[in-house]
Write a protein that binds this ligand. Sequence first.
Ligand code: ZN
Length: 301
Amino acid sequence: MRCFFIVLLLLVPGGFTSADQPKPVFGSHEFIEYLPGSLPVVIGAPHGGSLKPDTIPERKEGKVVKDAFTQELARLIRDDMEKRFGAPPHVIICRLHRSRVDCNREVAEAAQGDPSATVAFNDFHGFISRACAAVEKTHGAGLYIDLHGHRHEQELVEVGGLIKAAILEKPDAELDAGGLVARQSSLRELDRRSPQSFSALLRGPQSLGGLLEKRGFPSIPSPAHPSPGKNDYFNGAYDITAHGSREGGTVSAVQIECPFTTVREKPESRARFSAALCDALEEYFRVHFQMDLKNLPGRNK
Ligand SMILES: [Zn+2]
């Protein structure tokens, strides 16, 4: 019996006891998994699931291809942030395959009338709302990241903030004029908080795209890629509209779309990207939120 416990302790990573491990909270049928955190960061992975239960029919309309390895990437980012900042972000994962529910669409398209898929959709968004409320209460403001994967020809990390490609073609002065474009963005409240201009928050050297690009992951928008031109670009969808600050609140949001071969495909590239994102977020929070992720008051640890 004693040997059994010694083996168990050795298996727990980092030498922590099981009491320190995050306790996941599950929605109905364990289709949605919520890993509570204590940083002002919430990460959702709506398209990384693989469960295809017979009890939920295949969706008949809309995209049904999963974003491969985004669930794994979200869990890795959580672990890396905990190691780096001493506390984890909140993570919400849809474990259902996209052919059963698409949590990044309005409920009618997401669940297509199936009762179990509708419950999963509500669980996913309920957990994100709960996490964002905890962030607002503890830290006053924060960031929701909706994590995806794309297969566009250009292998860029695409950072979406609800600003359409045609608007990104305009010069910085037009993006900043009168705050009109910022008000359409899921970064609306962060724009008020940040000492930098909206165009700088969106695509300057210390924008999320700019910071990732500097760390080896070419991104759009960024100083090197200010607009997509004729190339495909995802500017964000339901999740960052529902949970970002365009409609109010102090949690702003971005959709991060990761290319396949340079970010998602191999464990080594996922590890490099996760490290780059953690590093980028530390600077992003220091500059725009004026928060030090390594030294935050009010968190659990
Ligand atoms: Zn996706």
